[in-house]
Design a protein around this ligand. Structure first.
Ligand SMILES: Cc1cc2nc3c(=O)[nH]c(=O)nc-3n(C[C@H](O)[C@H](O)[C@H](O)COP(=O)(O)OP(=O)(O)OC[C@H]3O[C@@H](n4cnc5c(N)ncnc54)[C@H](O)[C@@H]3O)c2cc1C
Length: 393
């Protein structure tokens, strides 16, 4: 019987352990005192574990061709069937898949039930790994373990309080793997504009992302303003691009009135103060911000603005321009951009092309998806592919 070690009992590690067949000795090494600490937080505790529209355009990586092979339709179908056969029955909200119970803990329990027959070493932190005489030697705080095959399922550096603090990158680098620069992603963004006066506001908007003044991507959704950051799923879904490209001259323009086709004629039709005209459609703090910028007060009539001021008001309402200069750090980011380069990974098996018997799954790899279940789906597909390969031996 071969001995297989899995480092990390998160989404991808548990998936892999669940899908490996009986004839293998499996040891799962987890630094926490329980499995799936991050999985339990996903989707606000509801676990958005899959999406109807998994495709390459939902992900970012430096090696799209390899990623396309990994997430091909056949692999998606096999993985999803396995999850369904485990007993995860989906509730589909638009295209997002949750367990029907809407409890992330139910997904974690299903995995735990499946893997409990294996040797799970809790509170065991892997410190280093080497390979000698065809065996992987894994050094932990609780002793030394030998394996024929080893799976690194250690996650990224995002949300380190769940246990993922980037150890996997160090292990991979020591085996000669290339690491694409790791940055916090799916995260709130910092702008050069002072947001103090609109902190606390939430607004349903359309966001347009510009790079060097060229439109790159649009998102609809609810933006949230804090004193330092803009946040919300629509912001997160633009953050992947911006952080991967080092904040190089990116602007986000906010349309506060995305459902009104011609804002200028909409305003002209109404004869009132600016404040009254906007009061029922835009948050008061935003109106006051615009009045401040125009150096006008609450009683100013729209008709009394100059042509330039009217144009400026329309521009602020539909194209409020924020230069993006940074993001929140790893502590609050949902995922990481970057990681182990896919160019050194076999897309059919997730095995290293450099070291026989060494595999990588999930977020430790250079892949990050937008919000909607794409990151867990990637963790599950890669965990499943490794299991299929080990089952073949
Ligand atoms: C707040 C939040 C909400 C999210 N919501 C969603 C969502 O709704 N849908 C979605 O698709 N994605 C979501 N994600 C992202 C998703 O959770 C991750 O992409 C996914 O969990 C990655 O799985 P993984 O197996 O690669 O790593 P993880 O799930 O992070 O598991 C890695 C495991 O390895 C262990 N480990 C690390 N280093 C060592 C070591 N040296 N020794 C021993 N053990 C180690 C860690 O303790 C951890 O348990 C969310 C993330 C966060 C933070």
């Amino acid at each position: 019987m071969i001995n297989v070690g899995i480092i990390g009992a998160g989404a991808s590690g548990m998936m892999c352990a669940s899908a490996i067949k009986e004839k293998v000795n499996i040891t799962i090494i987890e630094k926490n005192n329980k499995c799936g600490k991050k999985l339990l937080l996903t989707g606000n505790g509801r676990c958005n574990y899959w999406n109807k529209d998994i495709s390459i355009d939902k992900y970012y990586t430096n090696n799209k061709e390899v990623l396309k092979k990994i997430i091909n339709k056949e692999n998606q179908n096999k993985t999803f069937d396995f999850l369904s056969n485990l007993g995860i029955y989906p509730k589909i909200i638009v295209s997002y898949y949750y367990p029907y119970s809407l409890e992330g803990s139910s997904v974690n329990d299903i995995f735990l039930n499946k893997i409990k027959k294996h040797n799970i070493l809790y509170n065991t932190n892997v410190i280093s790994i080497k390979k000698e005489a065809n065996k992987f030697i894994v050094i932990t705080n609780n002793g030394k373990y030998l394996f024929d095959k080893l799976i690194i399922a250690t996650g990224s550096k995002a949300y380190p309080k769940t246990g993922s603090n980037g150890d996997g990158y160090i292990f991979a680098e020591r085996f000669g793997h290339t690491i694409i620069s790791v940055k916090p992603s799916l995260t709130a963004l910092q702008t050069s504009f002072n947001l103090n006066n609109i902190a606390g506001v939430r607004s349903d908007v359309k966001l347009s992302l510009y790079h060097n003044n060229v439109l790159i991507k649009e998102e609809r959704g609810q933006i949230q303003f804090t004193k330092e950051y803009i946040s919300g799923i629509c912001v997160f879904n633009l953050s992947n691009i911006i952080v991967r490209n080092n904040f190089d001259n990116y602007n986000i323009k906010i349309n506060f009135l995305p459902d009104i086709d011609n804002v200028k004629s909409f305003l002209i039709k109404r004869k009132d103060t600016i404040y009254n005209m906007l009061n029922t459609i835009i948050n008061t703090k935003i109106i006051n911000l615009f009045l401040n910028i125009l150096k006008q007060d609450k009683d100013t009539l729209y008709d009394n603005l100059s042509i330039e001021e009217k144009d400026k008001l329309v521009q602020m309402l539909t194209n409020f321009d924020l230069k993006i200069i940074g993001s929140q750090d790893f502590n609050s980011a949902q995922v990481c951009s970057g990681g182990i380069s896919l160019k050194e990974i076999n897309a059919n098996t997730m095995e290293s092309k450099l070291i026989d018997g060494l595999y990588f799954t999930g977020e430790v790899l250079d892949v990050d998806g937008i919000c909607g279940g794409f990151n867990l789906a990637f963790a599950f597909i890669t965990g499943f592919l490794v299991a299929l390969d080990i089952n073949r031996h």
